[in-house]
Structures are given as structure tokens and as C-alpha cells.
Design a protein around this ligand. Structure first.
Ligand SMILES: [Zn+2]
Length: 321
């Protein structure tokens, strides 16, 4: 259970993953605890009909953690210790209100529970009920949320916890590993990681999930979704007061519907901040826009996957694997 590392230690110096050559530099060690790590070179990955570049990184040898040759318990690249740090940070809300419920809490054994109903409240667009296309059916959030955040100080404490959680999800070597450490809860239900984390290839699954919820008139929970922003300049503010950033639609040629992710950022500075990243991991409550006919006969019908970002805690840069 470990994370990807952008740099490592050589005899007496630090080396970035993209400069590392095994034959020239020899064995590399973890920056923090000194365990042996391997360099992985940059390589292209095919997403839909185009390629993205996976940047070089360091990782643990296979099974190293299991064989006792992995990161030390206190190392920041050890997921177990990173998760305990998150649990401790999350408990900070208790200092502002004894009744506050932490976003993450330790369960018995090694697992931790992430409460998505609290996350819903943190990432909820404010004021409530606004919609980018003026087509808000206003699905009621089924009695969840709207009771955890009672003050600005409490909100800030929650946001700090949400921010660290998102960066952890962003840098873990194998996201399936996270499921062993963090269980997701939404109200009384447990949610699987593949219904929370959506990579570039998974938009169709997210679309199906949202369409089914809409049909049942149920509210969506927050998700973490990878979006390729590429190079784009900031357009005009929408009449609803946000700056739209269009993500690349990685739909395969064989699919009959184009799913176009759009991030509506409620603050211009924040939008510029986000555009510094080519790939972002965004945490938001997703919403489907209206289905539109194909703009040209040779194109497909489209549907917009809408995400609203109010705060910098809702996104981080993402390094694909
Ligand atoms: Zn380490």
C-alpha cells in the first residue's frame, strides 16, 4: 500500500523521477524513510482516441510492503500513516463544536469511514437551487446534509480535511488500495470506490449512475473525477455567475453519446488557478445537463456533465498512472 513518488534519494542527493536513469544513477531510496524504490519512466497512455502522457515517478517494488520492505510506518508515502494523519486532521472540527461529526473517522481495525453526506454539504453549490442551464429539477437531498456546517470556522476545518483527502486520492499509486483503508458511506449506505472515483475512461459509468438516480428522483453524492483541461484560455462568465472550463471528452468512437465534462468555477481567480493544471481531480456533486442533438450530422448527440467548484479544496493536480 503505497503512493507514487515524484522524487527519490540517491547517495546524498535528491533526484526527480523524470531525470532518473537506473543505469547511470543506480539504486534509489524513498525520500522519507529510505526504503528501496524503482523508477518508472514517462509513457503515453491511450484514452479514447488520443494519448496522454503519464509522467515519470518512483514506486515500491511489487509486494515490497507485504514482504516488510516497504515504507516505514511513519513515512508520509505509507498510505496507512497518511490516512491516520487525515483522520486526526478531520477530528479538528470537534474543537469548534463538540457536536460536529468528523468527515473521516476511524473504524475498528485499520479502516476509516469517509462520510459522503458531510462532503455533499461541503461541496454544495451556494446559494442552493441555482443551476447552470436554468433547468434545475431541484432534487431534494433526501434529508442528508444541511446540518453539519453551522459556522464559517467549522466549514474551514471541514474544507481542510476535504482538501487533504483529495490530494491523497490524487497521489496514491493504486487507487484500489484506498478501498482497503477508506470505506465510503452515504447516509446509511456504503458506496463502492468505483462509484466515487472516476478516471478519464469512466465517464460513461458516471453518466449511467446519474441517469439512474435521476430516474428514481434521488440525489447524487459527491464524486472525485479526473478531467483533462489541456490548454485553454478562460472564457466569459456565464449569466449564472461562473466561469466554465471545458474538459476533454474522451468518448470512444464506438459510443453513441458524447459526455462532455464542464467545470463551473464560481470565482475567476480560482478558475485561473485550475487552468495551471492540464489534468485535475475535481470533487463535486455531479449533475447531467440537457441532452442535445448532434451539433453536426457527423457528430454524436451530447450531454454535459456539470460540476460546480466553489473552493480550492475541491480540486488538485492529477498525475495519471
Ligand atoms: Zn518511505
Amino acid at each position: 500500500m503505497a503512493s507514487r513518488m515524484p522524487a527519490a534519494r540517491l547517495q546524498g542527493r535528491i533526484i526527480n523521477a523524470d531525470e532518473y536513469e537506473k543505469d547511470t544513477h543506480g539504486a534509489a531510496q524513498c525520500l522519507d524513510c529510505g526504503c528501496a524504490v524503482l523508477g518508472v519512466r514517462s509513457y503515453p497512455r491511450t484514452v479514447g482516441d488520443h494519448e496522454i502522457v503519464v509522467r515519470a515517478y518512483f514506486r515500491l517494488p511489487t509486494d515490497a510492503q507485504k514482504d516488510g520492505k516497504g515504507h516505514e510506518p511513519g513515512c508520509r508515502f505509507n498510505i496507512g500513516s497518511a490516512v491516520s494523519v487525515l483522520v486526526a486532521r478531520s477530528a479538528e472540527v470537534k474543537t469548534f463544536s463538540s457536536e460536529a461529526e468528523p468527515l473521516l473517522s476511524a473504524l475498528l481495525g485499520k479502516q476509516t469511514e469517509l462520510r459522503l453526506h458531510i462532503l455533499t454539504e461541503i461541496v454544495q453549490p451556494r446559494p442552493s437551487g441555482y443551476s447552470e442551464d436554468g433547468f434545475d429539477k431541484e432534487i431534494q437531498p433526501s434529508g442528508l446534509g444541511r446540518r453539519y456546517i453551522t459556522s464559517q470556522r467549522l466549514l474551514s476545518a471541514y474544507l481542510r480535511a476535504a482538501e487533504s483527502l483529495l490530494s491523497l486520492v490524487g497521489w496514491v499509486q493504486n487507487r484500489r488500495d484506498l478501498g482497503e483503508w477508506i470505506v465510503l458511506r452515504h447516509g446509511s449506505h456504503h458506496v463502492r470506490w468505483n462509484r466515487f472515483f472516476f478516471d478519464l475512461e469512466d465517464y460513461r459509468q458516471l453518466y449511467d449512475q446519474l441517469a439512474a438516480l435521476e430516474a428514481d428522483q434521488k440525489a447524487a453524492h459527491p464524486v472525485a473525477i479526473v478531467i483533462e483541461l489541456g490548454n485553454q484560455s478562460l472564457g466569459k462568465m456565464t449569466k449564472y455567475g461562473s466561469w466554465p472550463l471545458r474538459g476533454r471528452n474522451p468518448t470512444l468512437k464506438s459510443e453513441e453519446l458524447a459526455i462532455c465534462p464542464t467545470v463551473f468555477v464560481r470565482d475567476e481567480k480560482l478558475a485561473h488557478e485550475m487552468l495551471k493544471e492540464r489534468l485535475v481531480l475535481v470533487c463535486a456533486v455531479p449533475k447531467l445537463g440537457r441532452r442535445r442533438d448532434a451539433p453536426k450530422p457527423w457528430l454524436k448527440p451530447e450531454v454535459e456533465l456539470q460540476l460546480t467548484v466553489n473552493h480550492s479544496a475541491q480540486f488538485c493536480g492529477f498525475t495519471p498512472t
